[in-house]
Design a protein around this ligand. Structure first.
Ligand code: WT7
Length: 678
């Protein structure tokens, strides 16, 4: 059904858009894939500073085909630039010194501050000098484990300024996960903070960091220094005014920070004497900028490596076109900088464009479900970017907490992280966006550096749940299992045919794993690992990870498809579906459903839901089991952990590592709720 509904772009957005028509998109797209050197060359020249410009003939060099030798990608090798210079110095020199770069909004609504491009520039230069004083040099690896505070941006950009490679580990990871990433990434310095509040919960980050360094030591890996930002402690130099209201929990008296003399250094002490002048280190376009760990199917995380100029250009250009960025926009991405979304669409993309953003420390539903809209009203946010999981959570609370706030500033609403079901898409459009915003469902990955499949808000007619068409430079292809190209309507593996500037260059320390994971099954193509469907109009729909596919009686089904059918039911808030081995059908669907508050889980409901899926997809898709799930196991970034659900479906208590899970107590509840039959 949603395949046939078309939503035209918001006219308000379209009137001023960088790309106003599909004709214009088609022309730009054609140039970007047929003549990438010309397309990106113009952008490199117009939008960025190079100390020495890209060399003609060496603009793009690559091999995507494992059968022809080593897989590699190089954009503008030999050109010289500095990303920090491009996202800061350039704006300060171009009269944007006093423009707000970040409105920092703390965990508590009365704890907030702002920082201009000029002031951020000074802080970054100072901290770059601090890093140098700690003997950090070009090519060194620095681990960053911090909350969403301005000092996190300062730390990453200071690394970029001196050519050090940052490896940010999301502040919700455990000591074990942090240690694993520090060791694998060969980091020689750790930057952290004393602590952070997430909602009502106090988290002692320094203790977790200490735990990680202890584990490192046990494996004979020593990190000499830890720099500690005093965020909750008695002085909070950058992020936040000193809160005056008793509701704001800073300074925090119940937090103790253990400091080891000689190893641990307070950030504000180091910054006090640092000079505000620091020349950027001029780097090759293909020098590494950062690494960021992402989970791999084998369990061991992969250090995804991105390089300087290509990544910068791709993050900046996608930001400009996908959010249709203009100088007077106020932009807010609710992701954490610890994930790629935050790297590309809080720090590098927006800052390369000189944008003003909200940097949000808190939890989107704290102190109440209205928090997002209160923030949107406060700063007059015009471009908003979040994940479907948040939209579905908000749907549970109904329309009132949303409608109470003025959202008239909103123009573009973005979605990322997982397939968005049509119901959530429509809620986003109708309720949150008051039917006057363009919705952009952006499909991409840690590995791709920036958006790959997405509508453009000023030109693409959208369909609820479709990622629509490729961004400039992306050539999507659908393949069957055996590598046969599927033309026209059909469903299969989503792969990309040629490199774009933001594609990852290697897995840190393990280039063979890079080749094996992404380039071996379909030589000559980058494999996303996701499935996609092309409809009769050529629209692309991401159906979810291939490993989340269920094959029922020879019919390939995406778990997301079944989930979408389930959540359309008026009593269902959220659903997660995993495959379950089945004697006759091969596999079947095991469905976990979370009900909207106030509804009971009954056998009538089970029958209803089974028939809803049958009606929506087909009789073969009828779920085997529907289980009541008061809560679902999720990572701290909100991703449902299907690996755990598969174990529960199989009544297998050996579920392995749960360190990335937000709340592991839900596992017990789900085991207790397993139906004997239904
Ligand atoms: C995987 C990548 C990219 C930023 C956040 C996640 C899924 C992401 C969408 C979307 C359908 C999506 C894919 C992808 N995904 N965005 N708009 N529609 N699926 O980064 O942790 O590297 O995860 O997230 O399965 O492969 P990540």
């Amino acid at each position: 059904m949603s395949e046939d509904i078309l939503f035209q772009p918001s006219t308000e957005v379209q009137n001023v858009a960088h790309v106003k028509s599909m004709k214009q998109y088609d022309e730009m797209y054609k140039e970007s894939v047929e003549n990438p050197e010309q397309f990106w060359g113009k952008i490199a020249e117009k939008d960025f500073f190079f100390k020495s410009p890209p060399i003609s003939g060496k603009f793009l060099n690559y091999n995507f085909d494992v059968n022809k030798g080593k897989v590699f990608v190089e954009w503008m090798k030999g050109a010289v630039t500095n990303v920090c210079y491009n996202v800061l110095d350039r704006h300060v020199e171009n009269g944007k010194k006093d423009k707000v770069c970040f409105y920092w909004e703390g965990n508590d609504p009365d704890d907030y501050s702002e920082i201009t491009y000029g002031n951020l520039y000074k802080q970054v230069c100072k901290f770059a000098n601090v890093l140098k004083s700690l003997k950090i040099m070009k090519g060194d690896h620095v681990a960053i484990y911090m909350p969403m505070i301005v000092e996190l941006v300062v730390a990453m950009l200071a690394c970029a300024r001196i050519g050090a490679v940052h490896s940010i580990v999301f502040g919700g990871f455990s000591s074990d996960s942090l240690a694993e990433r520090i060791i694998d990434g060969k980091c020689c310095l750790l930057i952290t903070a004393d602590g952070v509040y997430r909602g009502k919960k106090l988290i002692n980050l320094k203790d977790i960091a200490d735990g990680a360094l202890k584990l490192c030591k046990e494996q004979n890996f020593n990190v000499k220094n830890t720099v500690v930002v005093r965020h909750l402690g008695p002085s909070a130099p950058l992020s936040g005014k000193k809160p005056t209201s008793p509701a704001a929990k800073r300074p925090c008296t119940s937090l103790t920070t253990n400091i080891t003399e000689g190893c641990d250094l307070w950030y504000d002490d180091l910054m006090a004497d640092a000079s505000e002048e620091c020349k950027p280190e001029w780097l090759d376009a293909e020098d590494p900028l950062f690494m960021l760990y992402t989970s791999g199917s084998t369990g061991k995380p992969k250090g995804v490596v991105h390089t300087q100029a290509g990544y910068m250009m791709y993050a900046a250009t996608t930001f400009k076109y996908v959010f249709d960025y203009h100088d007077d926009d106020i932009y807010w991405c609710t992701a954490d900088i610890g994930w790629i979304t935050g790297h590309s669409y809080i720090t590098y993309g927006p800052m390369a464009n000189g944008a003003t953003s909200v940097l949000f420390e808190g939890v989107p539903t704290y102190p109440g479900p209205e928090r997002c809209w209160q923030v949107v009203q406060k700063y007059k946010v015009s471009k908003f970017y979040t994940a479907p999981t948040l939209i579905r959570t908000l749907m549970k609370y109904g329309e009132d907490p949303i409608k109470r706030f003025d959202r008239s500033s909103l123009k573009v609403l973005g979605s990322v992280g997982e397939p968005i079901n049509p119901e959530a898409w429509l809620f986003y459009h109708k309720v949150i966006g008051d039917e006057k915003c363009s919705i952009v469902d952006t499909f991409w990955q840690t590995e791709t550096g920036g958006h790959t499949m997405t509508p453009l808000p000023g030109c693409t007619p959208t369909k609820p749940g479709a990622a629509t068409f490729p961004f400039f430079g992306i050539v999507p292809v659908l393949m069957d299992e055996k590598g046969k190209i599927i033309e026209g309507e059909g469903e299969g593996y989503l792969v990309f045919k040629q490199p774009w500037p933001g594609v990852m260059r290697t897995v840190y320390g393990n280039h063979p794993r890079y080749e094996q994971t992404y380039f071996t099954q379909f030589p000559g193509y980058y494999k996303t690992g996701d499935g996609a469907k092309r409809d009769k109009d050529g629209y692309m729909w991401i159906t979810g990870r291939i490993d989340d596919m269920v094959n029922v009686s020879g019919h390939l089904l995406s778990t997301a498809e079944v989930e979408s059918a389930l959540v359309e039911h008026e009593k269902v808030a959220e659903a997660a579906v995993v495959s379950l081995p089945h004697k006759i059908k091969g596999e079947s669907c095991y469905c976990f459903v979370t009900l909207i508050d106030g509804f009971d889980f009954t056998s009538e409901l089970v029958t209803d839901l089974k028939s809803a899926v049958r009606t929506k997809i087909g009789a073969f898709a009828q779920p085997e089991v529907i289980q009541n799930a008061p809560g679902l196991p999720k990572t701290r970034s909100g991703k449902i952990m299907r690996r755990i659900l598969r174990k529960i479906a199989r009544n297998d208590h050996d579920f392995g590592d749960v360190s990335t899970m937000a709340d592991s107590s839900v596992i017990e509840v789900l085991f207790a709720n397993r139906p004997t039959t239904n």
